[in-house]
Design a protein around this ligand. Structure first.
Ligand code: HEM
Length: 465
């Protein structure tokens, strides 16, 4: 079924990138199923963008959407009262097991404490050269392509983001073949997991979909399980952690009370989480950022001028990134319009009152960066791509809590600093090497499953500067 899209055009001098045309009214149970089968954002209706709180019932689930900022704050800060929903945990299980993204309660708090050191400032500094190497390898791949034809940047951004994670986790680059394997396997995982979730929401059997998602997850694990095993065996045998990377930090981590290290299964869960949460999201954001820059020639020009002024052709350093506010704003604005994690589902753990509604235990309460970040109450011209809005001091205070692409509260993304540094390195490296142009008539279509991705990729022209 073809799904309507609007945007992808300039309106009153501002570029409005594509998004699904909201339905005038809430869909019926049947149409919610049909539309949600492929993408959550295609179920939304006009009022979804402005209502303070919404309610949806399916045969298998009672779901609320909380858009009002004080409610959002309450839900996101209370990690015991509103844990990750068990349906999400079940969906993600084959890919990430019981790890920091899916765990709840004290178990989560312990895991978070154990992985935090891998993402602290000093560790971030060590990742910068690896990000630069991955960005340089990306430039070489683009150079080797036929530049007379449009290039689909979606697999390219998946490759570079997976390469960044691979290098920072394991201190080795990702091969071309493994990058393709991961791109295909994760797309399969998302499709099957989405179908299995929809069927569960409607209290129907998950048919073969859950099983297929398990197979796709096993393909992803196959890319790095042997590396984790080899490094762990060597550490156990000789005490040698190997290169100082994220895996070394995870092997070194100890349970704060028992002093126990992560087992192999635990390590595979954390590594898979970091790998998937860390590359899918960044790849999505980078693809949309390049698309918006390709459509917005003037923003692309000033962003490039900034990079050339601050870094020229020298290796990009952390202090240079701090002096690239335009690049930073482009990334922020992309995350506002296309938050890779568009919905964050939580479970109500005890009877709770929210506005005029009484929520029962087991209900799902969803916080949606997609809706909050496109709400006209918080953002002027909310669907337009306008990076400079982040320079407006008035907007800065007003919208601080209405920008949450990395989540909020104690469970905020552990990799936010990592992703911000990575995006700056990749965007700056590409912009100083290439000019990017959109392909007339080729408007990408966002679809949201576990993450938000362009349905048929993003095709762009690259030319060497
Ligand atoms: C643009 C890139 C990224 C975006 C938009 C993003 C977004 C998010 C969001 C929204 C959450 C919270 C989900 C929730 O509360 O339900 C989250 C959690 C997480 N992210 Fe990211 N992320 C990005 C990059 C990364 C990177 C690069 C890594 C690791 C290298 C990472 C690792 C994690 C982990 C481990 C968690 C779970 C944290 C916890 O529950 O304690 N993310 N991310």
């Amino acid at each position: 079924m073809s799904l309507p899209n609007i945007g992808g055009e300039h309106v009153d001098g501002l570029f409005v990138p594509p998004f699904p045309d909201p339905h005038p009214k809430k869909s019926s149970l049947f149409w919610r199923f049909v539309r949600g089968w492929n993408s959550w954002i295609h179920v939304l209706f006009e009022k979804s963008y402005t209502m303070k709180m919404g309610e949806i019932r399916t045969p298998g689930l009672h779901m609320y959407i909380a858009n009002e900022l004080p409610l959002v704050k309450r839900i996101m800060s209370d990690w015991r009262g509103f844990p990750k929903h068990h349906l999400l945990v079940r969906t993600l299980g084959p890919a990430i097991g019981n790890s920091v993204f899916s765990a709840n309660g004290d178990d989560w708090a312990t895991q978070r404490e154990m992985i935090n050191p891998a993402f602290q400032q000093a560790a971030l500094g060590r990742t910068l050269p690896m990000m630069r190497d991955a960005a340089d390898a990306l430039v070489e791949r683009v150079r080797r392509s036929d530049l007379d034809r449009p290039i689909d940047v979606d697999p390219l951004m998946t490759h570079v983001a997976a390469d960044v994670i691979f290098r920072t986790l394991f201190s080795s680059p990702l091969s071309e073949g493994d990058a393709r394997r991961i791109h295909d396997a994760f797309n399969r995982f998302q499709r099957h997991a989405q179908s299995a979730s929809m069927l569960r929401f409607y209290r129907m059997p998950t048919l073969g979909f859950f099983h297929c998602s398990r197979r796709a997850a096993a393909d992803i694990h196959g890319v790095f399980a042997h590396i984790v095993q080899r490094r762990l065996d060597a550490y156990r045998a000789t005490g040698d952690l190997g290169p100082s990377d994220i895996l070394a930090s995870l092997m070194e981590a100890r349970h704060p009370k028992t002093g126990a290290p992560f087992s192999f299964t635990d390590l595979m869960g954390q590594v898979s989480t970091i790998f998937l949460a860390g590359h899918e999201t960044s790849a999505s954001a980078l693809s949309w950022a390049l698309y918006c820059l390709a459509e917005e020639a003037e923003t692309q020009r000033i962003a490039r001028d900034e990079v050339l002024f601050v870094a020229g052709t020298r290796p990009i350093q952390a202090e240079m990134i701090r002096r690239m506010p335009i690049i930073r704003n482009v990334f922020r604005e992309t995350l506002r319009l296309y938050p890779p994690v568009a919905f964050m589902p939580r479970e109500v753990s005890c009877p709770t009152q929210m506005r005029d509604k009484q929520l029962a235990p087991g209900a799902m309460v969803v916080v949606s960066p997609w809706l909050i970040q496109r709400n006209p109450e918080h953002w002027r011209c909310p669907h337009a791509f306008h990076p400079a809005r982040f320079d407006d001091p008035d907007a800065k205070t007003k919208s601080r809590e209405a920008w949450l692409p990395f989540g909020a509260g104690p469970r905020i993304c552990v990799g936010a600093g990592f992703a911000t540094q990575e995006a700056a390195v990749v965007l700056a490296t590409l912009l100083r090497t290439f000019t990017i142009r959109a392909v007339p008539g080729e408007t990408p279509e966002p679809v949201s499953r576990l993450t938000l991705r362009p349905k048929r990729g993003v095709k762009l022209y690259f030319s060497l500067r």
